[in-house]
Design a protein around this ligand. Structure first.
Ligand code: ADP
Length: 240
């Protein structure tokens, strides 16, 4: 057993933070929080605090990145040095590059980049406080920031993870479960079609466990989707 690892993660059906196995951490989304960005969103999801800022369509620098037939979508995931318990060394690293890449891949299928050739759409995701699941939080925030910027999209993209602790499949791992649990499965979807735009796995799951975890994560995505829509309705009004 690793240092700091709890003996059990689920006691009398409750997780160490008091949640049921299929319960999300509390999630609050606010659209349009930054004046100078074209679009932005702030999320508090459990102990995660994340801001996303979207700029564009705008001129492309460096010019060689320009595409004649579409906008280039660029994503920048960054963790603040004070966002984690041990200070994180500032600046890009392999992990932030990987998360920037999967975030772009998760969002690219919905953004109508063909409408804005020769431009760039930039999305900055800043993790102010981290408690596991920051890539899902970032993708969820980024898609609200894109919508807030008025960028035409086929859909919002909600993201959510499921995982395994104490041999049980659980929704939306928090840091103790993520650090010491046996698997983490972040997923992002296009809600109307059920298409999957992010699917990663850390740890090990058997075939049937994978299927259950995947299904649970997708259910989590639909809950997150409702919150994304609520945030946009709160700012812009309207309904269906
Ligand atoms: P995600 O945040 O998407 O779950 P990881 O599984 O890589 O991505 O990270 C899990 C958690 O571990 C993070 O949310 C954060 O709480 C913590 N963490 C990540 N990188 C660092 C770091 N450099 N220093 C301390 N904690 C970190």
């Amino acid at each position: 057993m690793k240092v700091g690892q709890p003996e059990k993660f689920i006691i009398d059906g409750k997780r160490l933070d008091g949640r049921a196995v299929d319960e999300l951490r509390p999630l609050k989304i606010k659209a349009g929080v930054l004046k100078r960005a074209d679009g932005s969103a702030y999320l508090e999801w459990g102990g995660n605090k994340v801001i996303a800022a979207c700029y564009g369509p705008r001129e492309v620098h460096p010019k060689h990145m320009m595409r004649p037939d579409r906008a280039v979508l660029r994503t920048y995931y960054n963790m603040a040095p004070f966002s984690v318990i041990d200070r994180k060394r500032p600046g890009p690293d392999r992990r932030s590059q990987e998360i920037s890449l999967v975030t772009r891949q998760a969002l690219e299928p919905v953004v109508l980049t063909n409408l804005y050739p020769r431009t760039a759409i930039d999305i900055f995701i800043e993790i102010l406080q981290a408690q596991a699941g920051t890539r899902c939080t970032g993708i969820t925030a980024a898609s609200v920031a894109l919508a807030d910027a008025g960028i035409p999209m086929k859909s919002l993209v909600p993201a959510c993870a499921a995982g395994k602790v104490d041999g049980e499949i659980v929704l939306d791992l928090f840091d103790i479960e993520d650090n010491f649990g046996s698997a983490d499965l972040p997923v992002a979807i296009i809600p109307k079609t059920g298409e999957v735009t992010l699917l990663q796995m850390d740890g090990n799951l058997k075939g049937d466990e994978f299927e259950r975890a995947f299904k649970l994560a997708v259910e989590g995505c639909y809950q997150v989707y409702e919150k994304q829509k609520e945030a946009l309705i709160e700012k812009y009004g309207g309904g269906d």
